[in-house]
Design a protein around this ligand. Structure first.
Ligand SMILES: [Zn+2]
Length: 172
């Protein structure tokens, strides 16, 4: 038997929804921000300096004679077209906004170091809370889980109609 999580919990997405989502992976791969034909190597992003090397984007130094093409993350930032959304709300957030936002930015910095395409597009402070949009689908979960481990509260993951967009909510 699996141990029960302490406190109010993080609900895993329902299995059928996940399967449904995975079933749509094919379509996901045709996302224009993911596959834009075969990139020649080496290719460097003129915006952020990421280097496409051995099939993936890295932070390796730019070699001489590299091709130039905008990376998928900069492309999404330019178009303001998020792959992930994280919504933060609740009384804890109201009284600890700076602390929470620091944790958010730390997580982004760590993720981005390892995975150049994991970035925050925008942090929007609204009356009802903070909305963070991201260039990939993993970052909202990574940040959300960090907040949940540090401050508890309620964490939920939502898959909508569009499998290319993930939405996570944290109420602290
Ligand atoms: Zn870039």
């Amino acid at each position: 038997m699996k141990p029960k999580a302490k406190g109010s919990g993080f609900r895993e997405p329902r299995r059928d929804r996940v399967t449904h989502w995975l079933g749509l992976q094919k379509e996901y791969l045709h996302d224009t921000y993911k596959s834009r034909g075969k990139l020649s190597e080496p290719t460097v992003c003129p915006q952020c300096g990421a280097l496409f090397h051995k099939g993936r984007w890295t932070w390796r130094p730019r070699p001489a004679g590299a091709h130039e093409e905008i990376c998928p993350a900069c492309h999404r930032i330019r178009d303001d077209y998020p792959a992930g959304i994280l919504e933060l709300s609740g009384p804890f957030l109201e009284t600890h906004k700076e602390e929470v936002l620091n944790a958010v930015r730390n997580q982004e910095a760590q993720a981005k170091r390892e995975h150049p395409l994991c970035r925050i597009i925008k942090i929007d402070e609204k009356a009802e809370g903070i909305v963070i949009t991201t260039t990939d689908t993993h970052l909202p979960r990574r940040i959300g889980e960090t907040l949940w481990h540090a401050y508890h509260g309620e964490l939920d993951l939502h898959y909508g109609q569009d499998p290319r967009l993930i939405r996570m909510t944290w109420r602290g």
